[in-house]
Design a binder for this molecule. Structure first.
Ligand code: HEM
Length: 473
């Protein structure tokens, strides 16, 4: 098996693996033991891939045996039993991938650009009204796009029911134990033990969060049914699937459970990831003003500073493209990916990978690989003009690659292009006018975001972009 640090007897490396920021720990190990390392925990071997080449060689080129997921009783307890993200490789996986691909393949996503441009305008207006609440606005932007295309719901005001449900689920996800590598997943008998038993924490949390996750599955479905009956529904994944169920009944290949699971996972997997990516962008802009100014100059040359950009402008903005790619690379919003599972014994570069191994594509290490990127910790969009490659791992690999990547990338691009056209993002200053730079620190569970920070968001003398009333609610 691949090399790794010395292990404890019986429990292997269990005590070493941190519950948070595991990507940093794996990255450090890779500097000592090599790009491919292995760790042992009871009942499982973990193989960590710290180079893009190894991930492509295994998860893509040998995807027929590397596309399974580790089982997690905790996810089932939490209510994610019909969720593509956690399905083992098999019939359900294939059916749900097909369902999502229908709605999120590259060409289909062009039809969502109108929604994305409209939401980007709305974002620019909200930032003008209350720049200090930029986190809320970016969260709402990310949620609104998904809720529009998947649920047919337009977010209304501060206390929108969908947003409340989502907030609860987001809390659950950022506070639950890591799937597949917590004590309950390693010792499944613990899930049936009383909650005062040591080691049962993950199961206790999962039960606590279950009602929020259930509500996220049920509420949108019932709401869509009501709207369909009242003739007020807007075209979306949910309304189209509901119509097919109504029309074809039992004969239809997807059940109510399937459709509930698919819409809920699109929300769970799609909102927080997009939101975190945009927060990472904001932090990069505060810390790297040079890159920001260069992108703004390019945008101004194209738009004359009199309009917000549209998707038609994308190919004419090479520096901005590099800045978006650098946002993905500099700090990944899913820094250690989602674990795959190897289904057969395998050998790679002379190393044995046993059947059943959990295979982690450590995106963070790939993005900061010193063999590929010079000064990898620096945010520098110019690196791509010097021949360094755009990152490849932000959306995962092979048959498990993120099915929402085209939608996500477009949401990220139009938000960044619009914000840089309308605003300058700068550090706040102290009493003497000295800039107070935020720290380059992140908090990570499955997703990763900068620790809360403040910044100044000022309009770039283009009143018409930020203040005109476009009639948006
Ligand atoms: C910037 C935003 C996003 C990032 C960085 C991201 C990243 C990822 C990553 C790294 C994976 C794991 C891939 C693997 O296992 O190799 C994944 C899976 C997934 N993503 Fe995304 N994602 C984003 C947005 C979205 C959106 C918008 C949707 C829905 C429309 C979505 C739906 C999913 C689903 C359903 C899976 C599970 C796929 C499977 O298990 O087969 N994601 N994503």
């Amino acid at each position: 098996t691949p090399p790794g640090p010395p292990a404890d007897p019986l429990i292997g490396h269990m005590r070493m693996i941190p519950e948070h920021d595991a990507h940093l720990f794996y990255h450090e190990l890779s500097k000592k033991y090599g790009k491919i390392i292995s760790l042992r925990v009871p009942r499982r071997t973990l193989i960590i891939l710290n180079s893009a080449k190894a991930a492509v060689d295994l998860l893509e080129k040998r995807s027929s045996i590397y596309s399974d997921r580790p089982s997690s009783d905790v996810n089932t307890l939490m209510g994610f039993a019909s969720s593509l993200v956690f399905f083992p490789y098999g019939e359900n996986f294939r059916r749900h991938r097909r369902l999502l691909n229908q709605y999120f393949h590259q060409k289909k996503c062009v039809s969502y650009q109108g929604v994305q441009e409209r939401e980007a305008h709305r974002l620019i207006h909200s930032l003008a009204a209350s720049p200090e609440k930029f986190e809320d606005h970016l969260n709402r932007y990310s949620a609104s796009i998904i809720l529009n295309v998947a649920h047919g719901h337009q977010v209304q005001g501060e206390d929108d029911e969908y947003m409340k449900i989502a907030e609860d689920v987001e809390y659950a996800i950022t506070h639950c134990a890591p799937p597949g590598s917590n004590l309950v997943d390693m010792f499944p008998f613990l899930k049936d033990m009383p909650s005062w038993m040591p080691g049962t924490f993950a199961a206790k949390q999962a039960r606590l969060f279950r009602p929020a996750v259930d509500r996220m599955h049920d509420y949108p479905f019932e709401d869509a049914k009501r709207k369909l009956a009242a003739g007020t529904s807007v075209e979306s994944l949910l309304s189209s699937e509901l119509e097919k169920i109504n029309r074809e009944g039992e004969n239809y290949m997807y059940s109510t459970e399937d459709v509930k699971g698919a819409t809920a996972i699109v929300y769970t997997a799609g909102v927080d990831t997009t939101f975190c990516t945009l927060l990472i962008f904001m932090l990069a802009m505060v810390l790297y003003p040079e890159a920001q100014v260069k992108a703004q100059e390019e945008l101004d040359r194209l738009t004359g500073g009199t309009r917000l950009p549209t998707f038609e402008d994308r190919n004419s903005l090479p520096y901005l493209e590099n800045l978006v790619q650098e946002t993905y690379r500099w700090h990944s919003s899913v820094p250690s990916g989602i674990p795959h599972r190897c289904m057969e014994d395998d050998i790679y570069e002379g190393m044995f990978i046993p059947k059943g191994s959990i295979v982690i594509a450590n995106t963070h290490a790939m993005m900061r690989d010193e063999d590929v990127y010079r000064e990898p910790d620096k945010f520098d969009p110019g690196r791509y003009d010097r021949g360094e490659p755009h990152p490849v791992s932000q959306f995962g690999f092979g048959r498990r690659i993120c099915p929402g990547r085209h939608l996500a990338d477009a949401s990220v691009w139009i938000a960044i292009a619009s914000i840089l056209t309308a605003y300058s993002i700068e550090p706040i200053t102290d009493n003497s006018g000295k800039p107070m730079l935020p720290s380059e620190e992140f908090e990570s569970a499955i997703t990763s975001r900068p620790k809360p920070f403040k910044c100044r968001i000022t309009p770039r003398n283009k009143e018409q972009l930020t203040s005109h009333d476009s009639g948006l609610p």
